[in-house]
Design a protein. Sequence first.
Length: 67
Amino acid sequence: MPMCMRTNIVLNDGLVKEAFKYSHSKTKRDLVEQALREFVENHRRKDLRQLKGKISFREDYDYKSLR
């Protein structure tokens, strides 16, 4: 079982109501957990701009043939 942290927070009612429109969550707890997961996933992704100049392609690589 994943480690859980119990907490009490005050949420913006309007934001919660709007978030429920975009989510399949049935409870506020599920909604907050989904939001935290998405937040973490988004921040784990490497910013593609940070890769500029760090990737080298083979001399014979033909990207047009993959289209």
